[in-house]
Ligand binder design. Structure first.
Ligand SMILES: [Zn+2]
Length: 76
């Protein structure tokens, strides 16, 4: 199994269409980011959120669910 702590990167989902709850940075495995940036395919965050990352990253708070999962993974 691969540890998320080494294979995971924080990327953001800037959005203006659905309220503040969507404005978080999510943790996504790097394996999934590369093909996504090349092909524009959706990625899946640790929390289960699926979306297509944009090239316009901005600073958002880390998704609480992703953070929780990351901490539990790195802990055990
Ligand atoms: Zn998340």
């Amino acid at each position: 199994m691969t540890l998320f702590t080494t294979d995971t990167e924080t990327i953001v989902k800037p959005t203006v269409d659905d309220g503040d709850h969507d404005r978080y940075s999510h943790y996504v495995k790097k394996d999934e980011i590369l093909p996504s940036t090349i092909e524009g395919t959706p990625v899946k965050a640790l929390c289960g959120k699926v979306w297509v990352p944009t090239r316009d990253p901005k600073r958002y708070p880390v998704c609480p669910t992703c953070k929780e999962i990351m901490e539990s993974l790195s802990d055990g």
